[in-house]
Design a protein around this ligand. Structure first.
Ligand code: ASP
Ligand code: MG
Length: 447
């Protein structure tokens, strides 16, 4: 069985819901389908919660009423028969009455998570009703019965596998199994979620749990591009990525996939295919266990990076210096993304500057500190293993006109990263594009 996930825009209107329904039923094969909330809904639910945190139930109710009107307006267009119109209208009214009831109680993060869960609960009910009206053997399985996180807020994979297989076994002979992305229970049985954008993660967890033939992530763009198409000319879709390459790219801002979701698919060896709802026959991008030697796949950039340099002669021949430096970041719960060291200095990058001032104050005890903000990390992903001689040189050579603040190579076999000023980002990405993919014959193009 395949697992298919459709994001918010793919179910963003009655027509889109019909299109998705057609797409998942046309070949008659059984599928497990994970849906996001209709686009914009989760943001609106966040807004409602915000009013409630601020003890403004009237503000919350105004937004709830607007959202209800928006949903009720979809009913006429989506359903052909009075029976299913009435059924869905009844369901929506109960849902919105429930949301309104939340404005009358004490509001904590527990209630907030319940509110955030309603977007996926609504979209999955609407689509399941539509499929049933169309005479499709479709059933809605609640993600709240299948997906759970543990005490560290990480997915409890054994539980997920056991419950998902049990739910499928208890509901045999359906063609389409629909479930919610994003939402889950936590270790205490409360309603929770896998963080914003978490529907991809749900799909990958469920796909790994049932050892699916394939996990398909359907969005509104044609797979992953080899560079940022918004600022770089001549980008092309990447047709295949190795799991590790996809993980590097997801982290470095290729926003197509939720960064952590690759891991479960990788461990289970289930390929992940990125596809385009607007152009279903386009090949998209497949992420699998095949590592193509001698190929550079893509370039990606992450903005809002701050570089911190610590120079100290005390570091020379001393041990324990780096530990002291890292402990300061640890104390302020600030994660370091990239590092470069020499015998008398170390530079690190961070993207969370909440505690920057305190960190710098502490670091000054150990050396001379410099801070460069508005930097970005640019990473080149592909075969950058030691054995693949010369590829790091080609990437570095592409940047010969650009001031490079840091370089990191050898952290993994799949990446070389550079830190440059945000002001130089565009020309850095374009230079890499031209050298790695467009004009250079010795870098094989991604297949
Ligand atoms: N609806 C959730 C969000 O907007 C989850 C998702 O779409 O992946 O973040
Ligand atoms: Mg998304």
């Amino acid at each position: 069985m395949k697992v298919l996930k459709f994001g918010g825009t793919s179910v963003g209107s009655a027509q889109r819901m019909k299109d998705v329904s057609k797409l998942i039923t046309s070949d008659g094969e059984p599928k497990l389908v994970v849906l996001s909330a209709m686009s914009g809904t989760t943001n609106t639910l966040v807004e409602i919660s915000d009013y409630l945190y601020k003890k403004n139930p009237e503000g919350a109710n105004t937004v709830i009423n607007q959202l209800e009107q928006k949903y009720l307006a979809h009913i006429d267009e989506l359903y052909a028969t009075d029976k299913w119109r009435e059924r869905t209208e009844q369901f929506l009214k109960e849902e919105f009455a429930y949301l309104r009831s939340m404005t009358k109680t004490l509001f904590t993060s527990f209630e907030e998570k319940v509110i955030l869960a309603q977007g996926e609960i609504i979209s999955t009910n609407m689509v399941t009703n539509y499929l049933q009206e169309q005479g499709i053997k479709a059933v809605l399985l609640s993600a709240l019965d299948m997906v759970r996180t543990d005490k560290n807020a990480e997915p409890d994979f054994n539980y997920i596998r056991e419950k998902t297989l049990a739910q499928l076994a208890a509901n045999p002979d359906y063609q389409i199994y629909i479930t919610q992305g994003f939402i889950c229970r936590n270790a205490y049985g409360e309603i929770d979620n896998l963080l914003r954008g978490g529907s991809d993660y749900t799909a990958c967890l469920l796909g790994a749990a049932i050892e699916a033939e394939e996990i398909q992530i359907w969005t509104d763009i044609d797979g992953m591009h080899n560079n940022d198409p918004r600022i770089v000319e001549g980008t092309e879709p990447v047709r295949q990525l190795y799991f590790e390459e996809a993980a590097e790219l997801a982290y470095f801002g290729a926003k197509i996939l939720h960064p952590t979701c690759i891991q479960p698919a990788k461990f289970a060896g289930v390929p992940v295919r990125l596809l385009n709802t607007m152009d279903p026959s386009a090949p998209g991008t497949i992420i699998n266990n095949r590592m193509h030697r001698g190929t550079i796949k893509a370039v990606a950039a992450k903005d809002n990076i701050t570089c911190i340099g610590i120079q100290s002669s005390r570091m020379l021949l001393a041990h324990g210096f780096l530990r002291k430096v890292f402990e300061i970041f640890e104390t302020y719960k600030t994660s370091i993304d990239m590092i470069a060291t020499s015998e008398v200095g170390v530079s690190v990058t961070i993207d969370n500057t909440t505690n920057l001032r305190a960190i710098v104050d502490e670091l000054k005890k150990y050396g001379t500190v410099t801070v460069d903000d508005r930097m970005c990390i640019v990473c080149v992903v592909g075969d950058l293993s030691t054995q693949n001689v010369g590829f790091e040189t080609i990437a570095t050579d592409a940047l010969k006109q650009i001031p490079v603040r840091m370089i990191s190579y050898g952290g993994s076999q799949h990446n070389i990263s550079f830190v440059v000023a945000e002001a130089d980002k565009k020309r850095t990405l374009q230079a890499l594009q031209n050298t790695l993919f467009t004009y250079n014959d010795h870098i094989r193009r991604p297949s």
